[in-house]
Ligand binder design. Sequence first.
Ligand code: SF4
Length: 265
Amino acid sequence: MSRSAFVLQEMGLSPLWRPRGEPGIQDSPVNLATPPAEAAAVATVATPPRAAALASTAPAAEPTTVEVNEAPLQAKLPDVLPIQDWDSLHAHVAACQRCELARTRHNVVVGRGNQQARLLIIGEAPGEQEDRQGLPFVGKAGQLLENMLAAAGIHSEQDVYICNVVKCRPPGNRNPAPAEIASCASYLQWQIDSVKPDLIVALGRFAAHTLLNSQAPISTLRKQLHHVQGHPLLVTFHPAYLLRSPGEKAKAWQDWHQVKCQLAG
Ligand code: SF4
């Protein structure tokens, strides 16, 4: 069994990618040259030339009209932080007392990965393990994210930079408050501007709502190609949600396949 097939089996996705009687899919559980219909839908509205590249690899599927949103990051900041480089960012965040979360954190969690990565993944907030280790996505949810990236052929260290909307853990894993998001937004804006990713992936409803200034259901948002600070953005489920709702993993795999296709464009 190949590594991709093993990972997909571990994710419980093998049946989805082993349909019987479909030429071109039977031979490989991860047929990256044949994106699902949703990738074709994005290709119909994305900005050329990426859209053309996507369309050239898409199967003959009925195109679906999807919406392109150009949304600013929700929070507006009154100040401009004097952040010159990544070391400066880490120093500012480590000393930050701009919101209540500074009082209960053990460590700040700035981000990890390639600071020039083509793919920027943004989650909600650090959890318990992340707060302990000072790194994002290191618990069970992080392992599932690693598995999904590996299955999509995306190297988590080379191809990705991962961070969260807020850099300190909310007590009890509650959602960050609007004032906390606003206080922390300048750090995320700086990270987006500095990484200059070809694609942003928002993990989960909270990150998507914050980045897109939308309250639409994730079932709607994940079917659209959005833009934030001039960068294309796709939405998928948070891996912590997938651990609680394994029946949604097949949809998540469709999203990651779409991510792979978007990056290949
Ligand atoms: S969450 Fe952000 S704004 Fe609040 S203390 Fe941590 S780094 Fe500062």
